[in-house]
Design a protein around this ligand. Structure first.
Ligand SMILES: *Cc1c(COP(=O)(O)O)cnc(C)c1O
Length: 436
């Protein structure tokens, strides 16, 4: 039977793939999870090392979906979404970095966002109206989502970003795509952007009439493709290796996907959750008490999260047993000073240029290795160093980071954005008048 999805807050009921993906958030404020997690069979393990990355991804998602999407379109979606590699780079003996930044927005979020875009388009293929995707961004998410949907037929994206509060480069990523992507420059804060998006969804009539959906980071369609690269990383190691995965974490989507891969049969010795000073999950792993708190700004800012949204999924996958979670996941945290030192140290000892999020991971890997010298370590490198040029040049000097062409070329493109006051009425009127 095709896969069903339950909410972590009411596990007795379930919905189909279409509802889980297009609603994104269940009404009860839980998060969607697949009803049953498949274990990969012998036929999979007999061939998994030989397949292309896209084929590997297809095999994984098709066993999770269990017929919810027919083979041909599903294979097409994965092939379109996973059109770049995730190479495993060995920087020292038994120390590897999994580079997840070779997609268009230079961060691992491309995997999830690109797959979700294609899946949403397929799920709404018979709708007469275009699907309108609303997304509020404080910087990075908007770029990944906008580029993921760019040119996907039957979809339009409206990205709301706070004027003057995203970096120049991030703004260019949002405002230069054109076509089916519209950028709204909101004269306010990120919270204002979120409030406007929320107002649109609360306006049921408008939401229905304009066929609105959200591209929230907690959408189940973004989580599943993140499991692909755990398998892909492991198969780049010698046969029989059981790696330790080090996951720089903020909202813990990436780590959740790792646990999912593990439940599907991928051998993993240990997961390590590496955070900056926003360490509510490492603190929980140690003490058993979960105490979310406001986030503190750091140089690894994509991990500045004080109440990680995927924590409920981690609990769910660990059957709400603290002991089980603490057994599977070791937590550790590092401050900015340590992170800066790690950027210099990794460069000096290996020649590898690692950005702040990956550097937090390297610190965690180093700490683990001190006690477990024989383990194969894989650190997930979640973004390209060019995205954090200021910090990189402060630590390694000017010119230390090569700027990829797809980022460099943005500088010359012209920004196009619609100015919007932080006012719900104005936004709803604009949306209702079908300006997109
Ligand atoms: C989003 C992000 C993270 C955090 O990932 P989670 O899945 O939220 O834990 C880490 N590093 C970078 C560069 C990111 O963009």
């Amino acid at each position: 039977m095709a896969q069903r999805f339950y909410s972590t807050s009411s596990t007795d009921e379930s919905v189909d793939l279409r509802e889980a993906v297009l609603r994104s958030l269940p009404a009860d404020n839980g998060l969607y999870m697949p009803r049953s997690v498949p274990v990969m069979d012998e036929a999979f393990w007999a061939h998994w090392r030989g397949w292309s990355f896209a084929e590997l991804g297809y095999r994984i998602v098709s066993s999770i979906f269990a017929g919810a999407v027919p083979e041909k379109p599903l294979r097409g979606m994965v092939t379109d979404a996973v059109n770049f590699d995730a190479p495993l780079v060995t920087i020292a003996e038994k120390m590897h970095v999994l580079e997840l930044f070779h997609g268009p927005s230079l961060a691992f979020k491309d995997f999830g966002a690109r797959f979700m875009a294609r899946l949403m388009a397929w799920l709404t293929r018979d709708d007469e109206r275009d699907l309108i995707v609303l997304v509020a961004t404080s910087g990075d998410t908007g770029g990944a989502v906008a580029s993921a949907f760019h040119g996907v037929p039957g979809t339009k994206v409206v990205v709301l970003y706070p004027s003057g509060k995203v970096s120049d480069l991030q703004e260019k990523q949002l405002t230069t795509l054109g076509d089916n992507i519209t950028a709204l420059e909101v004269a306010g804060t990120f919270d204002d952007c979120q409030r406007l998006v929320k107002a649109a969804f609360l306006h049921c009539e408008l939401a229905e009439e304009r066929n609105l959906t959200s591209a929230n980071s907690i959408n189940i369609a973004r989580l599943i493709p993140q499991a692909f690269y755990y398998f892909h990383a492991a198969r780049q190691l010698p046969e029989g290796a059981e790696p330790v995965f080090v996951v720089p974490s903020g909202n813990f989507g990436n780590l959740t996907a790792g646990l999912l891969a593990n439940l599907m049969g991928l051998p993993v010795r240990q997961f390590i959750a590496a955070t900056n000073v926003n360490d509510v999950v490492p603190a929980y792993l140690e003490s058993g008490s979960y105490e979310p708190r406001p986030s503190q700004p750091t140089i690894s800012n994509a991990m500045d999260v004080g109440a990680p949204s995927n924590f409920v999924r981690l609990l769910d996958l660990c059957r709400h047993e603290h002991g089980l979670m603490a057994d599977r996941i070791v937590g550790c945290r590092f401050d900015d000073e340590q992170t800066r030192a790690a950027i210099r140290e990794v460069k000096a000892s290996t020649g590898y240029v690692i950005e702040p999020h990956g550097a937090v991971g390297c610190l965690a890997a180093g700490a683990w290795r001190a006690d477990h010298p024989g383990d194969e370590m894989i650190v997930l490198e979640t973004a390209h160093p060019a995205k954090f040029l200021d910090v990189m040049e402060e630590e390694l000097g000017e010119g230390a980071v090569e700027i990829p062409e797809r980022l460099a070329c943005l500088a010359d493109r012209e920004k196009v954005a619609v100015k919007m006051p932080p006012d719900e009425e104005a936004f709803l009127r604009w949306l209702g008048e079908a300006k997109v």
